[in-house]
Design a protein around this ligand. Structure first.
Ligand SMILES: [Zn+2]
Length: 265
């Protein structure tokens, strides 16, 4: 099967276009990655080329050694996405090198962040294997006015919309300023991805995880909506008379069979 006929390709294309329509992808902002499963790899492997050069990774990603990663290409404009804007990379068996086997020979500039996060996600039991990165304006604005820590962002956004409690029950990680595309950003993000559902990058954007691109995108959408509401509350200047309480958050989580990480009963 041609890669652009596969379900994972069509799903990525659909949600990239939707994210662009939300204004989350100015210029060449945004990138995605998906750790392909054996069935997805097998369905498109006939298109792979083994002639690409192996490139050393700055950090080993042993848990995803021997696996294939579908990702967007560096410099892609999500507002004008086409078949040249994707790559599939192979990770060698030791997790120390990668090579492009299909598509653009320049995978995303945040490749280290994606690979290290996908590697960290394999430690979890929820089947998360996709990462979606976007620039939602309201969430970025909140990083200028809230304390940039996991507890503040998790609790304030859980309390912005009732359903957030079960959309990201493991909460949000927050990573302070880091240079885009840097190892420092990749490392700090991957550490949070071991147990958080999404990571906020101060003054930059969001790295959201999920079982698929659709799931990671949906989580980003819920987080961006919660951020929009929280920013409206703060910007209104009015005294906040009402709020979702800790008890109500716990009741909601319990009803949907999840636990809120960091909020004890
Ligand atoms: Zn970005």
């Amino acid at each position: 099967m041609m890669v652009n006929n596969s379900i994972f390709y069509k799903e990525a294309e659909k949600f990239i276009s939707l994210g662009a329509s939300f204004g989350w992808h100015e210029r060449n902002a945004g990138n995605i990655s998906l750790l392909l499963n054996d069935s997805e790899t097998g369905s498109v492997k006939e298109n792979f080329s083994n002639s690409g050069e192996w490139c050393a990774l700055p950090y080993p990603v042993c848990p995803i050694g021997g696996r294939y990663i579908f990702t967007t290409a560096s410099g892609s404009y999500f507002t004008d996405i086409d078949a040249n804007c994707y790559s599939i990379c192979e990770i060698d068996s030791k997790g120390e090198n990668f090579r492009v086997v299909w598509g653009s020979d320049r995978p995303t500039s945040e490749l280290n962040g994606h690979l290290m996060s996908l590697s960290a996600l394999t430690e979890r039991s929820d089947g998360f294997r996709a990462v979606y990165h976007c620039h939602p304006a309201d969430l970025i604005a909140l990083t200028y006015i809230l304390d940039n820590d996991d507890k503040t962002f998790s609790e304030l956004l859980w309390k912005s919309v009732t359903e957030c409690a079960f959309v990201f029950p493991n909460g949000l990680g927050v990573v302070g300023f880091e240079v885009p595309g840097s190892i420092g950003l990749a490392e700090a993000t991957a550490e949070k991805m071991r147990y958080r559902d999404a990571v906020v990058w101060s003054f930059h954007g969001l790295f959201s995880a999920g079982i698929s691109v659709k799931d990671a995108f949906g989580r980003a959408h819920a987080i961006a909506k919660a951020a929009e509401i929280r920013l409206k509350i703060i910007s209104s200047g009015a005294a906040q008379k009402n709020s979702i309480t800790d008890r109500q958050l716990l009741l909601t989580a319990e009803a949907f069979g999840c636990e809120l990480r960091g909020l004890e009963k």
